[in-house]
Write a protein that binds this ligand. Structure first.
Ligand code: GLN
Length: 504
């Protein structure tokens, strides 16, 4: 078989099942690809070659013995470094966790290991998942495989870049305000933020606990469905984990791939396009919408008037929760410990020295913001008001879902911007998430599916949002968009797939 790294996870899984290729071959091909291109891309913080190949060998032996295996057994996967992995370094992109080796696995990792997917390594990210460009990583930038001078999105830029650069067919991301969907949009990959509570948060290093959710990053909608079915499900270790049975995501993706969207009501959110969106991004969005209309979907316009305040509410709620979640990084329990160079070595002074050195600027900014918003006398004015806005946004969604089965918008306002372009302007950075944040505030699921290339030759994303617990609808509509665009362009729409020079 030619280049195994070019196959979708579904195609690779089939080749493995039929015995055409072995998991060792598939895993080695991806490790070789990482060795060849990850120098300039820097999607990985840690590559776990030995562990991945050991898993692959186990799968090949089990298959030879005729054991029954999970459909994705032997298909390699990359995991965002905010997800705790036993025996593998886990830093959440922060220097404060440098050298920490977790003694346990996140529940989603336990599931991945039980299904026997070789874990290729841990991917780069903005420190503690705070950012939209991966430039806030404590370990250097990740570069967008489409143009190495540009950002891969964030915070999960490493997972998205790894998948876009064919270093991994599957990856895990986490999405608190858009960190799966926005990187997917700007790297031409598929990213899904499941319904809050659909995938266990046990073992995710928390950013904002009421918003965080892990999900798939892939090159096709079907692959995302396969991975979502694997990682979802009730977990007694997570008190907000849903008890619902896992949905039929794969079946719904296949339905969408067959173009079956007739009668679906697709609601265009008036407030999430227009001013502030790049013309090419809007053009690609309109084109996908038109294809859905031609396939029989009913396109309606809906208004969500309070989305205007989503960003402001998010940047109070998130820092408030983050400041509390990050209090545990104190130089006593995990990773870095810095003692003051002079004066007494008290607990407080060790804590201050450790946090001063271990945290980056964006993390410090948000801890200060959050501590302020929660302080006595300001709590009601800031945090309390933000929670009220959150309720209004949830009501906007509820009203919109009376009129539409799914809501759609461009995923991000622009294509990938240049590295450094927004680094000194936090507000400009925050604005990348205007279209993705409402779904986190309401706990509803969202997907970004590639909508094609814009006037600058860079990919854009089409966002689909469904009501809570209706993630299956994302797969039907997302797969339809993918299939309709391929039919429109006569092949995969991202044919100018990144070709990276092999680096030595
Ligand atoms: N970019 C957003 C932020 O900086 C989202 C982060 C995320 O989803 N983890 O908070």
């Amino acid at each position: 078989m030619s280049d195994l790294t070019r196959l979708s996870a579904a195609a690779l899984a089939e080749a493995l099942t039929s015995g055409e290729v072995s998991s060792v071959e598939a895993t080695q091909a991806h490790l070789d690809r990482i060795a060849a291109v990850d120098g300039p891309v820097h999607a990985f913080l840690h590559v776990s070659s030995d562990e991945a190949l050991a898993t692959a060998r186990g799968v090949d032996e089990a298959r030879a013995k005729g054991e029954s295996l999970h459909p994705l057994a032997g298909v390699p996967i990359a995991v965002k470094d905010v997800v705790v992995t036993r025996g593998l370094p886990t830093t959440a992109g922060s220097r404060i966790l440098e050298g920490w080796i977790p003694p346990y696995d996140a529940t989603l990792v336990t599931k991945i290991k039980a299904a026997r997917l070789p874990i290729l390594g841990k991917t780069n990210m903005d420190e503690f998942a705070m950012g939209s460009s991966t430039e806030h990583s404590g370990y250097g930038n990740t570069h967008n495989p489409w143009d190495l001078d540009r950002i891969p999105g964030g915070s999960g830029g490493g997972s998205a870049a790894a998948v876009a650069a064919y270093e991994a067919p599957l990856a895990i991301g986490t999405d608190t305000g858009g960190s799966i969907r926005q990187p997917a949009a700007v790297t031409g990959t598929v990213g899904v933020k499941p319904t809050y509570g659909s995938v266990s948060r046990y073992g995710l290093i928390a950013l904002a606990s009421s918003l965080d959710q892990a999900g798939p990053v892939t090159r096709t909608v079907l692959d995302a469905a396969l991975l979502h079915e694997l990682i979802a499900g009730h977990d007694p270790h997570d008190s907000t984990s849903l008890t619902d049975p896992v949905g039929d995501y794969v079946a719904q993706a296949r339905r969408g791939l067959a173009g079956d969207v007739a009668g679906m009501r697709v609601g265009v959110v008036k407030e999430l396009s227009g001013e502030g969106y790049q013309p090419g991004v809007l053009a690609r969005f309109e084109e996908s919408l038109e294809l859905l209309r031609q396939a029989g979907a009913e396109i309606v316009e809906v208004s969500c008037p309070h989305f205007e305040y989503a960003l402001a509410a998010y940047y109070l709620i998130l820092p408030a929760e983050a400041s509390s979640n990050l209090a545990k990084f104190d130089g006593m329990r995990y990773g870095l410990r810095v003692e003051p160079t002079e004066g007494p070595v008290t607990a407080e002074r060790v804590m201050a020295a450790t946090r001063g050195q271990g945290f980056g600027d964006e993390v410090k900014r948000r801890i200060i913001l959050g501590t302020y918003a929660l302080s006595a006398g300001y709590y009601d004015a800031y945090y309390g008001s933000a929670q009220k806005v959150r309720t209004l946004i949830q009501r906007d969604f509820a009203a919109a879902f009376e009129e539409a089965d799914v809501l759609v918008s461009p995923t991000a306002p622009t294509t990938a911007f240049k590295l450094g372009e927004k680094l000194d302007d936090p507000l400009a950075m925050y604005l990348n998430d205007v279209a993705t944040i409402p779904a986190n505030l309401a706990g509803v699921p969202g997907m970004s599916v590639p909508s094609g290339l814009c006037e600058d030759g860079l990919p854009a994303g089409f966002q689909v949002i469904a009501p809570a617990r209706q993630d299956a609808r994302l797969y039907r509509v997302g797969a339809a968009v993918e299939a309709l665009l391929e039919a429109r362009w006569g092949g995969p729409i991202l044919t100018k797939a990144p070709e990276l020079e092999a680096s030595k």
